[in-house]
Design a protein around this ligand. Structure first.
Ligand SMILES: *Cc1c(COP(=O)(O)O)cnc(C)c1O
Length: 395
């Protein structure tokens, strides 16, 4: 019994590969290739060397004394915010571009919400000298203009998407459409544990370096290689998947995930997929989706562009259904407050996505002295305007 994917990419009833006929060949080529490539010593050597020398891994595991004292626990922050390009996303894009090169692909496409995955993809394309096209909803292009300029400076073309809510879901649809038109030479780098099999499993494996490091770091700091509890935010689920990967079947370790409550789960402006979603298909995977009675996908909302997605990775859908993970909604204001508070007490400005993980802490009851690891998925430089307008609204 395992909570990891089976050979067909299913996590319980969730996952699989529901793709249009025209993509069938691309997807099965990748299904047949990814494990072989990841399993070679050459891949491991190149991937680990780049993670060390280019990304700056291992990322530190930092004991926050202030938060520890506040909650009566030992709270460690896994500092993915210190990675090159400012978030965990680069762990995945480095791995996928090496796989793309092994497969002889010349052109890279990607979707992006907050722009973090777009920047991480444009970065590795610059590094490897590959053509890069990034699809981004027009709303997000406006919200995240600094990241748009970064991608352009890195040599990528950024295509604003004007359909739907003009956010991540719509950008993903457009990237899939591009892939359908250029199946032979194009590799689609997906930024989270979503999409058709093998993406959720491939991305989870590439992010699993996070929990590999947590094991070694806890062994050194606590004298045991597992925590009592892991905490992470979930958009599509990749930083959470990396954080829990090596503990997923270890029932000693409690898993708590924060999803974006937006203005409140019952407000109609939310991205709380586990709280509200029903089983459906989104972007090639069977999972929980926020949809209306006719099965139309509803427009999600969150202050955080990286969590503004109406689905969730199939791994997490299954963990929630089996109650292996507790998934708790955190509203915009709760996340912003937690982010401002970390800034003032620890001198760390977290991404608003990561602030959702911090915002879940007051909602959990811990045992005194529990060892808790919370993944700080990214840094908040991109979110300064949002933090500042929150602070001035409160005054
Ligand atoms: C993209 C992003 C997320 C959400 O994506 P996951 O795949 O759920 O991890 C969370 N935090 C940051 C900083 C991000 O950039």
């Amino acid at each position: 019994m395992t909570y990891l994917a089976d050979k067909e990419g299913y996590y319980g009833e969730f996952g699989g590969a529901y793709v249009p006929e025209i993509l069938h060949a691309c997807v099965s080529e990748l299904q047949d290739t990814y494990l072989k490539v990841i399993g070679t010593p050459e891949f491991r050597k190149e991937y680990m060397a780049l993670l060390r020398d280019y990304v700056g891994r291992p990322s530190p595991l930092y004991l926050s004394e202030k938060l520890s004292e506040k909650y009566g626990i030992r709270l460690y922050l896994k500092r993915e915010d210190l990675n090159h390009t400012g978030a965990h996303k680069i762990n995945n894009t480095i791995g996928q571009i090496i796989i793309a090169r092994h497969m002889g692909k010349k052109r890279i496409i990607a979707e992006t919400g907050a722009g973090q995955h777009g920047v991480a993809t444009a970065t590795v394309c610059a590094l490897m000298g590959m053509e890069c096209v990034v699809y981004m909803g027009e709303t997000d292009v406006r919200r995240q203009h600094v990241n748009v300029e970064k991608m352009k400076m890195l040599g990528a073309s950024v295509v604003p998407v004007t359909s739907g809510n003009k956010t991540l879901k719509d950008a993903t649809n457009e990237a899939i459409r591009d892939w359908c038109c250029h199946p032979a030479d194009t590799f689609y780098i997906i930024g989270s544990t979503v999409g058709p099999h093998p993406y959720p499993d491939m991305v989870a494996r590439l992010q699993s370096v996070i929990s590999e490091e947590i094991k070694a770091q806890l062994q050194e700091k606590e004298g045991r290689d597992y925590p009592d509890c892991l905490v992470a935010c979930v958009g599509g689920g990749s930083n959470a998947a990396g954080t829990i990967y090596h503990y997923i079947d270890d029932e000693r370790v409690r898993i708590v995930l924060a999803e974006a409550g937006g203005l409140g789960v019952d407000s109609g402006k939310t991205a709380a997929t586990i709280a509200l979603g029903q089983v459906g298909i989104i972007h090639g995977a069977k999972t929980y989706v926020i949809q209306d009675e006719d099965g139309q996908i509803e427009e999600p909302y969150s202050v955080s562009a990286g969590l503004d997605y109406p689905g969730i990775g199939p791994m997490h859908a299954n963990l929630a259904k089996c109650r292996r993970a507790e998934v708790i909604p955190v509203n915009d204001d709760e996340a912003l407050e937690a982010g401002v508070s970390l800034t003032r007490t620890e001198g760390i400005i977290p991404a608003i996505e990561s602030a959702h993980a911090l915002g879940v802490l007051p909602k959990i009851s811990f045992h005194k002295g529990d060892v808790v690891v919370l993944t700080l998925s990214g840094r908040g430089d991109k979110d300064l305007e949002t933090y500042l307008s929150y602070c001035s609204d409160k005054r």
